[in-house]
Ligand binder design. Structure first.
Ligand code: AP5
Length: 223
């Protein structure tokens, strides 16, 4: 099993970039936020446990998240290659992921840290519109859909996520700073972190992230 982590504050572009590189690089994009929103919509036990935390912009308890991610890893099988977007978000989740990979003979290949200033994050989140049906993301200014309010990919209705209201965004950014940001130095110390400036248009950003993987593949071919 191979794991790549996309790490970054809410709005840093984890989902946008992972969606555009997963197929090209041969990984499966796993967004814990999308999994939880689907669970809430379906009214499952996980959804019930997660709903109120998500609405407040707080983290869903580690014990719930660990079960969610382990089940996803098991469903992928031993040869799976995952791009995790939104996991881990606490030191406890990171430690359990390390143990869980050890138990499965898997490796953490790389942590791509998408870095953008707070004012950019706020603008991105307040302008985001998400498809109710397929979860695709748009932005009212930087990535508008062809037809207002309608998803380009599936024709579904676009809506503003409840946690993309300004007060909840501020809480999510504070939660990121207090509970998740320390993972940057953890992965830096492990020598797996690559810092990428995400305050740039999507197309060149996606190319730069893909190049990080393609240059690794070239280096191993040349050995
Ligand atoms: P989640 O859905 O993971 O939200 P998040 O981490 O807050 O991340 P976002 O989806 O908001 O941002 P993103 O970085 O993916 O940005 P995006 O690409 O969409 O989690 C939601 C909630 O679930 C959490 O608050 C928590 O409650 C719970 N949860 C999830 N995982 C958990 C865990 N492990 N533990 C505990 N709780 C957990 O881009 C944002 C916008 O910007 C879009 O409109 C996009 O079009 C635009 N944009 C992106 N890149 C660019 C660019 N380069 N230029 C211009 N616009 C851009």
């Amino acid at each position: 099993m191979k794991i790549v982590i996309f790490l970054g504050a809410p709005g840093s572009g984890k989902g946008t970039v992972a969606d555009r590189v997963e197929e090209r690089l041969g990984y499966t994009h796993v967004s814990t936020g999308n999994m939880l929103r689907e669970a809430v919509k379906a009214g499952t036990a996980v959804g019930e446990a997660a709903k109120s935390y998500m609405e407040r912009g707080e983290l869903v308890p580690d014990e719930v998240m660990i079960k969610v991610i382990e089940a996803r890893m098991d469903a992928g099988g031993a040869d799976a290659a995952f791009m995790f977007d939104g996991y881990p978000r606490t030191v406890e989740q990171a430690e359990l992921l390390e143990k869980s990979l050890e138990g499965r003979g898997g490796t953490l290949e790389k942590v791509v840290f998408l870095d953008a200033p707070r004012d950019v994050l706020i603008r991105r989140l307040t302008g985001r519109r998400t498809c109710r049906d397929c979860g695709a993301c748009f932005h009212v200014e930087t990535m508008p859909p062809k037809k207002e309010g309608v998803c380009d990919d599936c024709g579904g209705e676009l809506y503003q996520r409840p946690d993309d209201q300004e007060e909840t965004i501020a809480n999510r950014l504070d939660v990121y700073n207090s509970q998740t940001e320390s993972l940057v130095s953890r992965y830096e110390e492990q020598g797996v972190l690559v810092r990428v400036d995400s305050d740039r248009p999507v197309a060149p950003l996606v190319e730069d992230v893909a190049a990080l993987f393609e240059s690794d593949a070239d280096a191993s071919d040349g050995q």
